[in-house]
Design a protein around this ligand. Structure first.
Ligand code: SAM
Ligand code: SF4
Length: 460
């Protein structure tokens, strides 16, 4: 039976908390930041205290703690992925998206399986191993069987430079039966953004099947029922008050854990971008300052949930966000169907970071981060509760650093220009030296030599 949306996010309660925590006392702030520092996560009420705190000194402390938590849990790693748009046919009329059905002049398309394979090859040749698959909602043009064929086609592509090893999927809310098919097709994370948790705003901005708020908010329950235990949440920031959205996101995360036994695997923080044919202007634009603040707050509230930023953001904001909570990033993304290697006007929205993968990598290593193309966890069965079981005591760290090193070495061997290769190996040697377990360090060193000699896909 479908759960009641109110069980997930109760607006009256959220507004009540925002009101109650409006002017938090110094003690309250201190207490919440202290609890957060212990990596215990925060309740919705405690998140209320943080979204409402204004003092600059406290904000500095918030960023400092977010950065410490990020380092302790995720270390230096920054995982890379790229979106792949398979179909822009859409029966919904979302006010903010260029794929909306009122864009009648649009020349829509969906990829043939040959095109899927050639787009996949391009992504592989850019160095990617992880794809986020995107579709508009259209039961005729992109039904679940089409989605599954696309997934199969991507996984089938094997090139001398490797293959895509993990496909995360972002499709519209659907039925348990459809989610079962996705699960059987070996997807990684199922991502679905609520867009806004505010029911009236949601209603105002959507038309078509997606306008059903309850269908959207209960989708992750059906996904879990179908066995998908890596689930990704998100809000499209700008549609409604960010404070309300952050509290609701955390309420949703709490709910997933309480009812399903496992919290969200990831939280994405897309912020509204300009898009052709979209005249909607955000009623609640989120400033850069607030955007970074909300990332830090989410980091504190759900320390074991991966956080994703996309190329919707500028290089400058992305760099700052990497320090305070983000653990996964897209790079060199194209938001048009079939748009890799080919110009197309049919973009979903405008990106603000158009740099090549190697430039984003150069920037990341300049910040002492370790770019990672790792996809080991789900292939080792470390998903859902099982994943959290090792993530929470900090054991995941043990695998991630070696896996980050090995996949970054693959990137350097197969794709990096000579100068970047030199810089990259310096970073690798530095982090190899930091592996505490001597046996694991030795094994990683041995694997690294194998990678240099042409072996691929070694992981722990
Ligand atoms: N069509 C599916 C859906 O709407 O759930 C799949 C995902 S859609 C391709 C990916 C996401 O892009 C949406 O969930 C929405 O949050 C985001 N998006 C749409 N228009 C946007 C815009 N103008 N700026 C930034 N993000 C946008
Ligand atoms: Fe369609 Fe998704 Fe765009 Fe809405 S956000 S118009 S559902 S592609």
């Amino acid at each position: 039976m479908s759960p009641d949306a109110l069980e997930i996010v109760d607006e009256t309660k959220i507004f009540g908390i925002i009101e109650r925590t409006k002017s938090p006392s110094a003690e309250d702030i201190k207490r919440v930041l202290k609890k957060a520092r212990e990596k215990k996560g925060l309740s919705v009420e405690e998140v209320g205290v943080l979204v409402n705190m204004e003092n600059a000194g406290n904000q500095k402390e918030l960023f400092r703690i977010a950065s410490l938590i990020k380092n302790e849990i995720y270390g230096e790693r920054l995982v890379f992925f790229a979106p792949l748009y398979a179909s822009d046919y859409c029966v919904n009329d979302c006010a903010y998206c260029n794929f909306h059905s009122s864009n009648k002049a649009a020349k829509r398309s969906r990829l043939t399986m040959e095109e899927v394979k050639s787009q996949t090859e391009i992504l592989i040749n850019m160095g990617h191993k992880r794809v986020l698959l995107e579709f508009g909602e259209d039961p005729k043009q992109a039904d679940i069987d089409y989605v599954i064929s696309v997934i199969d086609a991507i996984y089938s592509v094997k090139t001398p430079k490797g293959n895509i090893r993990r496909i995360n999927v972002n499709i519209a809310a659907t039925t348990t039966a459809d989610y079962r098919k996705l699960k059987a097709a070996h997807i990684g994370t199922y991502q679905l953004f609520q867009e806004t948790y505010h029911r009236d705003t949601y209603k105002k901005l959507h038309e078509g099947p997606k306008a059903d708020y309850d269908r959207q908010i209960t989708a992750q329950d059906r996904a879990l029922e179908a066995g998908i235990d890596d689930r990704g949440l998100g809000v499209l920031f700008g549609l409604y008050d960010w404070k309300f959205e952050v509290l609701s996101l955390i309420a949703h995360a709490e709910y997933l854990e309480r009812v399903g036994g496992v919290g969200p695997h990831t939280i994405s923080v897309p912020r509204l971008c300009e898009a052709p044919t979209v005249s909607y202007t955000p009623e609640h634009p989120v400033s850069d300052e607030d955007f970074l603040k909300l990332i830090a707050i989410i980091r504190l509230a759900v320390p074991y949930t991966g956080m994703i930023i996309s190329t919707r953001e500028t290089a400058e904001i992305r760099s700052k966000a990497f320090k305070i909570g983000i653990s996964q990033t897209s790079a060199a993304s194209v938001t048009t169907t079939g748009g890799y290697g080919k110009k197309s006007a049919m973009t979903q929205f405008e990106s603000h970071d158009k740099r090549k993968v190697e430039q984003v990598i150069e920037d990341a290593i300049g910040q002492n981060l370790l770019p990672s193309f790792c996809t080991a966890c789900y292939r080792m069965g470390r998903t859902g509760e099982n994943f959290m079981g090792i993530a929470k005591p900090g054991e995941i760290h043990e695998f991630c650093r070696p896996n980050g090193i090995l996949t970054f070495a693959e990137y350097l061997e197969d794709f990096a220009p000579p100068e970047l290769k030199v810089k990259g190996y310096k970073v690798i040697n530095h982090f190899l030296g930091l592996i505490e377990d001597e046996r694991l360090k030795k094994k990683t060193g041995e694997h690294l030599e194998l990678v240099k000699h042409g072996r691929r896909d070694l992981y722990f």
